[in-house]
Design a protein around this ligand. Sequence first.
Ligand SMILES: [Zn+2]
Length: 296
Amino acid sequence: MIRILASALILTATLARGDVPRVVTDIAPVHSLVAQVMDGVGTPDLIVPPGSDAHHMALRPSDARKLAKAQVVVWVGAPLTPWLAEPLTTLASDAANLTLLQVPGWTHRAATDEHGHATEKANSHAIDPHAWLDPEVAVFWVRAIRDALSTTDPDNSVHYAANADKAVAGLTSLRTRIAADLAELPSGTWLAPHAAFGYFEDRFGLPSAGSVADSDAEAPGPAHLAMLHAAVQAGKINCVLSETNAPTDYTDVLIEGTDARTGAIDDTGMALPPGPAMYSELLSGIAATLKGCIAP
Ligand SMILES: [Zn+2]
């Protein structure tokens, strides 16, 4: 009896050592960065599925179960997904929590409303959460992901370090490619679907003329739409972008009777399959859409 118990204990210990940490992520671009660092070791889970709106969602029971079992949670933070803050505290209180907005080394943008002004809504968050759209910020995040995974799973820290170096090299060349692609495009002539692209605009020197909705992706008011309509009619805006997988009603109204072009972009890669390559596909796709839409 004692012998059986002893061998059972050894079996448990062996399994535990070989275990891959259970890692839960919020949105697909973050999932992609974590998947790159975990490559060859394991695969993270994704809470916000492709096609859903990260700002406004409810946690599914299957996600609650994933959170309850998680050992590491990597998420942008409450300013992006306020609905996730409470479940993280109650369900994943034992997990290591990496809140990417709190990673040091880079500069936060202030959240903006649909006019490009700092938000003044009483309940709004002061930080623009869409920081993954700057590949240089992603470099800081990848290193923080590497450190969090290595702390929980020191046995695989050599893998995490090598993968993180590779990911950083990829982010650097991605940034160079996009910068070359977008060089010399006219500024301030395109309209974003919601105020999500500030980090991208700052990084690549390609400011928008504003956005249809604010950084929380709340529906625009009629006065704002009327102002945008006038700007498009006057030729100040020649590119009106809609959100991937969303109706294009406002786009059609805004460009009616003009030569303005349209296209679809979104901040979380709604139409892209999740995985290590997704992050690069998201940013390359945004750049390609902007170039095709803005180019004179
Ligand atoms: Zn957004």
